[in-house]
Design a protein around this ligand. Structure first.
Ligand code: ADP
Ligand code: MG
Length: 318
């Protein structure tokens, strides 16, 4: 039987169906059911965030995509190619920057990229080594020994290696964990530029503000199970509470009655904090009722829930 034809442009960059992974027991370490049946489609062109607490299974999932870990069950399609049916095409479609540094210390960055390109069967005339070196800011170090590079430069080289075969999908596993601000900025600039050229980006990160800022869509996994998957904005809206913090200029009158669903407290600094669910109550009604009660409004600050709140409420951990 031949494989079904693959669309030139698939509807999803990645499609996972019932993906499971059980690591076998080894010595004292018991078997671990690290992925318990993940169904997930990642749209083309997205910057997609894969979040979850430590040990959730993020790296396992990514390493399966990368072909570094064998899945135990389920289906993995990369750019429309079933990983088991079309291993070569599915591998060619994806580039992975792993969480662990795995760089040969005796190669120069240039040689590392050339070797990597060779592994992916990229013909010499199709290589773009110099452009990649420039992109990640390693042009000056192109001929240095990798063992002489700083940790940050090694991470840049990891990103560079993921790009040699011009993958349609770039996967970054905790790319900014423990890196300095300059490198983090460089990574995000690169990611945005590559995405603007049409590359689908999948990243895991511990930094929720970063995911909130970078990612169009987010999936949260916990204990090997997909907890939620939604557009970032929709996810934030799920934390269904907003707080209006009102500076009354020292007003000390009795706290007025407010519409149903609004709770009010006076903070230690004298400001009034009104919390409400935006799906049920509108901010202007809250403000109107304060005005109606004669409360002076000198200044208003809106405190929004952030991804951390959503994350905690869904996973119960940080
Ligand atoms: P994350 O990247 O979300 O922190 P991982 O995918 O690294 O999570 O790990 C998921 C679970 O699988 C953890 O309990 C981890 O200890 C376990 N695990 C990861 N790799 C292995 C391995 N090679 N052998 C056995 N267990 C593993
Ligand atoms: Mg990990």
């Amino acid at each position: 039987m031949t494989a079904p034809p693959t669309p030139a442009v698939p509807d999803a960059a990645i499609r996972l169906t019932g993906l499971q992974k059980t690591y076998a027991a080894a010595g004292q370490v018991p078997a671990k059911h690290a992925l318990k049946g993940i169904d997930l489609a990642i749209p083309r062109g997205a910057i997609f965030g894969l979040l979850g607490p430590n040990g959730a299974g993020k790296s396992t999932l990514i390493n399966i995509l990368a072909g570094l870990v064998n899945k135990s069950a389920g289906r993995v399609e990369i750019w429309g190619y079933d990983q088991d049916v079309n291993p070569r095409q599915s591998r060619a479609a994806i580039g992975v920057m792993p969480q662990e540094l795995n760089i040969d210390p005796f190669f120069t960055p240039r040689a590392s990229l050339e070797v990597q390109a060779g592994l992916y069967g990229v013909a010499p005339r199709d290589r773009w080594t110099d452009e990649i070196l420039a992109l990640v800011g390693l042009t000056a170090q192109a001929e240095s020994y990798t063992r002489q590079l700083s940790g940050g430069m090694k991470r840049r080289l990891l990103l560079a290696k993921a790009l040699v075969h011009r993958p349609r999908i770039l996967v970054l596993d905790e790319p900014t964990a423990g890196v300095d601000i300059a490198l983090r900025q460089m990574l995000w600039d690169n990611v945005r530029a590559l995405n603007a050229q049409g590359m689908t980006i999948i990243l895991t990160t511990h930094y929720l503000e970063e995911a909130e800022e970078m990612c169009d869509e987010i999936a949260i996994i916990d204990h090997g199970t997909l907890v939620v998957r939604d557009r970032t904005a929709a996810l934030l809206a799920r934390a269904d509470s907003k707080t209006l913090v009102i500076d009354t200029g020292g007003w000390a009158g009795a706290v007025p009655t407010l519409p149903d669903g609004v709770s009010i407290e006076r903070r230690a600094d004298g400001r009034l904090a009104l919390s409400y669910a935006p799906v049920r109550v509108q901010a202007d009604r809250v403000i109107d009722s304060l005005r109606g009660a004669g409360v002076p409004i000198v200044d208003v600050v809106i405190e929004q829930p952030d991804l951390q709140d959503v994350f905690l409420s869904l996973t119960g951990s940080r």
